[in-house]
Write a protein that binds this ligand. Structure first.
Ligand SMILES: Cc1cn([C@H]2C[C@H](O)[C@@H](COP(=O)(O)OP(=O)(O)OP(=O)(O)O)O2)c(=O)[nH]c1=O
Length: 204
């Protein structure tokens, strides 16, 4: 008898617990295999293109190992006045980023990619959300840096965490700021027949 292949149907190619949580919250079943793609190898173009290329590269990295699976990759950056803020490497850098965002509107761009190597299928797009920070006092910045939350987050904050107090308002997708535009990604998964949202199908 022929062995059934062992590839998972859907893989999230990300180390980010936030992305995992967002997809779980939406009722999806999937495996997690973080990509080891070197992000520094990608040249900075315009923000939308940049996050799409990174998302695509992360997804392709895992799709090569698991060609029958559908693979999701994503990348999030924070952009203020044309400058990209990545993850802060030190307390000083986190402080600097937060002071730069204080009282201003910035953009969060998340690129996503959904691909299946076996049929050379690749769908990518990017979503932008505007985020307005309240004006921060030095004490607030100091307190937040000391919580250590800023360190693995683009722009040195987490809207879904303690950093929620920093955000006065947003215009656009909330989940996009957290790291994955869930509505758009699930639209792709439904369109490609990977998940269903009809009553006669099981959950996910
Ligand atoms: C702005 C913002 C970013 N972030 C996070 C989401 C991402 O995990 C991180 C941006 O880094 P990314 O390089 O996009 O992702 P990652 O390195 O965490 O995971 P992987 O490359 O394996 O997919 O910042 C928040 O959690 N909350 C926020 O409010």
């Amino acid at each position: 008898m022929q062995q059934k292949n062992q590839y998972p149907t859907l893989i999230l190619a990300s180390q980010s617990p936030r992305r995992r949580y967002l997809l779980e919250q939406a009722g999806l079943s999937f495996s997690v295999i973080p990509s080891r793609f070197d992000e520094s190898s990608v040249r900075l173009t315009d923000p939308e293109n940049y996050v799409r290329i990174l998302a695509q590269s992360k997804a392709e990295d895992i799709a090569r190992q698991s060609p029958e699976s559908w693979v999701i990759g994503a990348d999030t950056i924070v952009l203020i006045d044309g400058t990209i803020l990545g993850k802060p490497g030190s307390r000083d850098e986190a402080r600097e980023m937060l002071l730069r965002l204080s009282g201003q509107t910035h953009q969060v761009h998340t690129g996503y990619a959904v691909c299946r190597k076996a049929e050379e299928r690749m769908i990518t797009d990017a979503v932008k959300t505007d985020v307005l920070f309240k004006k921060l006092t030095d004490e607030e910045v100091e307190w937040y840096v000391h919580t250590k939350e800023p360190f693995d987050k683009a722009g040195a904050y987490a809207i879904q965490g303690l950093g929620t107090f920093l955000v006065r308002s947003i215009n656009g997708s909330y989940t996009n700021v957290v790291g994955l535009p869930v509505c758009e990604v699930i639209e792709v998964l439904i369109r490609e027949g990977i998940v269903s949202r009809s009553m006669d199908a099981p959950l996910s």
